[in-house]
Design a protein around this ligand. Sequence first.
Ligand code: G3H
Ligand code: ZN
Length: 283
Amino acid sequence: MKKMSMAEMLSAAEKNNCAIAAINASNLETISAVLAAASHCSAPVILQFSPLQHAAEDISYREVTQLAELISLRYEHGAYVVHQDHGESFEDCLNALEGGFTSIMYDGAALSYEENIANSARVRAVGKDFFLESELGVLGAECSEQTGELDDTAYTRPELVKEFVERTGCDSLAVSIGNAHGIYKREPKLRLDILDEIHAVCPVPLVLHGASGIPYDHIRLAISKGIRKINFFTQLDTAFMSAFRTEADKGAYMMFAQGAGFKAMTEKCEELIQLCTGGKIKC
Ligand code: G3H
Ligand code: ZN
């Protein structure tokens, strides 16, 4: 299985009017599941890892890079890149770069517009060759219980997009269009009208976070309107954990429960990889 840069992957997605699935993983079973799925689909995948996972599992960026490299040797087909997800500080981003990550995200979305720009630009100026994802707008934390919609101020504002990309120097942009992390309280309503406006002015590929629970036909529509990278975590975690629990509840040894989790997560990853690429990129 080959390594591919984030730039190459997203430009292939642009050329083929499709997207690349970006899936969080942080240990042997989950990293193996993501890469096995990409190989079975002969497709590219983004393997991502966040500071939260780093803290939860006490595994370093360098170890994730090395594990991925080792596991990728099992496979002939497919391609992957290792990407830092939701880097929260300048130091987090440097850690990822020092650990061999060639693609990182600086997430300053919760900060003011000016602070977000200043911090993203500081990361950009580190002087190494890497791909930088930044985020503008605040994801679903402010999602109203009643309507399932975000406050107006939380959506990415299309009129700020061009200036934000120019001043941060980011290579891709994560947007807030009604998407939220974790389990949706009600069926999400993506604001495709806002996505259209963003896409019309944005010079870099667009990223959709919080994709678990978004109906597949909405995901396909978002792709047709310019989304090129789609982040999934909760859906895979659920697939792994429910298979793991079923085995554990039968009194199985840990290795069998982990094996069942791996298998269930691999199958779900395959489904999501196919959903995103639509079989249009073969490698
Ligand atoms: O950055 C990762 C994600 O945006 C995943 O969100 O857990 O809602 O799928 P999710
Ligand atoms: Zn996210």
